[in-house]
Design a protein around this ligand. Structure first.
Ligand SMILES: *[C@@H]1O[C@H](CO)[C@@H](O)[C@H](O)[C@H]1NC(C)=O
Ligand SMILES: *[C@@H]1O[C@H](CO)[C@@H](O)[C@H](O)[C@H]1NC(C)=O
Ligand SMILES: *[C@@H]1O[C@H](CO)[C@@H](O)[C@H](O)[C@H]1NC(C)=O
Ligand SMILES: *[C@@H]1O[C@H](CO)[C@@H](O)[C@H](O)[C@H]1NC(C)=O
Length: 270
């Protein structure tokens, strides 16, 4: 939802929006054939500002589509984002950050290029449900169930906390099969094959967000003892020196490989 702005800020934004001419897109990427939403950051910013100030759809329409039949401001050119192994893959994501037309729509879209053995690391989207469909190749989709038995701690008269792994569901996704990943729930996909895979994923927020489970967890400070206590362990379970060593290597999103698969497919390890 668009937050209400105070009048002074509003006036400043109106001034910016009207004073900054929205540049036409200068699309020098070879795969994009022109006629697409602006790619220049200043033009994107100006369009976002104008759209955020527009009270209703009619206003947004006159901002986005002032020159019928030109649909450039509501088209987005995804690129073939294929990268060579041994990287895990890439995601091309449209959100209100790079495609202002999404402002006010509650949708976003991702196109994912998953290399052989690539893993889209366990993560969640804090503000969106995701519906992912595999277009070519094969992926395993995994979802950790939302379970927290005894989550209130040792409350008198209540069931005791139950430790241990939570249940997971998973599915093989190929031949245009789609899988739902509910908002905020931990999920991942990996490509168990030696061929690339391609997916498209829809989100019901134009600002879905993404947080990585491992990276989040291992970022907890003040020091490693927080992590050791959080896993119910001691200095033998998690060694602070080892945590410090791998903390900086935790991948951002999509660039690791499942080791056994890498061996099977004869891919040079990263
Ligand atoms: C578009 O940008 C490219 C690269 O910055 C530049 O070489 C080209 O002259 C620009 N084209 C137009 C029409 O502005
Ligand atoms: C895109 O929107 C901007 C802002 O209203 C406008 O100046 C521009 O002409 C639009 N582009 C097209 C191709 O209609
Ligand atoms: C995407 O690019 C890769 C690498 O250049 C190529 O092998 C693949 O065929 C392309 N895919 C499509 C759908 O164009
Ligand atoms: C699916 O999840 C179960 C645990 O619920 C696990 O044992 C199994 O290995 C998973 N399968 C794949 C292909 O990830």
């Amino acid at each position: 939802m668009v937050k209400l702005l105070n009048p002074a800020l509003l006036a400043a934004l109106v001034a910016t929006a009207t004073a900054t001419p929205v540049a036409q897109s200068n699309d020098s990427t070879p795969t994009a054939g022109g006629g697409v939403s602006p790619t220049d950051p200043a033009a994107i910013k100006a369009l976002q500002t104008a759209l955020l100030l527009a009270p209703g759809y009619a206003d947004r329409q006159s901002i986005l589509l002032p020159n019928p039949p030109d649909a450039s401001n509501i088209t987005f050119q995804f690129i073939n984002n294929t990268v060579t192994p041994n990287t895990g893959g890439t995601i091309a994501l449209t959100t209100l950050n790079n495609f202002p037309a999404l402002i006010g729509t509650n949708v976003a879209m991702a196109v994912g290029f998953v290399n052989p053995c690539g893993l889209n690391v366990p993560h969640n989207h804090p503000r969106a449900n995701e519906f992912l469909t595999v277009i070519s190749g094969k992926l395993i989709g995994g979802l950790i169930l939302e379970q927290n038995p005894g989550s209130a701690g040792n409350v008198a008269g209540q069931p005791k906390p139950v430790n241990g792994p939570l249940q997971q569901v998973n599915a093989t996704l190929d031949n245009f099969k789609g899988m739902l990943f509910p908002q905020g729930e931990t999920h991942f996909q990996f490509n168990p094959t030696c061929e690339p895979a391609l997916f498209a994923a829809a989100f019901d927020s134009s600002d879905p967000g993404r947080t990585q489970i491992a990276r989040n967890f291992f970022s907890a400070y003040p020091d490693e003892e927080v992590l050791i206590a959080a896993v119910g362990g001691n200095l033998e379970t998690l060694d602070p020196a080892r945590i410090e060593r791998f903390r900086k290597q935790i991948p951002t999103a999509f660039a690791v490989q499942i080791e056994s698969c890498v061996k099977r497919c004869n891919i040079a390890h990263t």
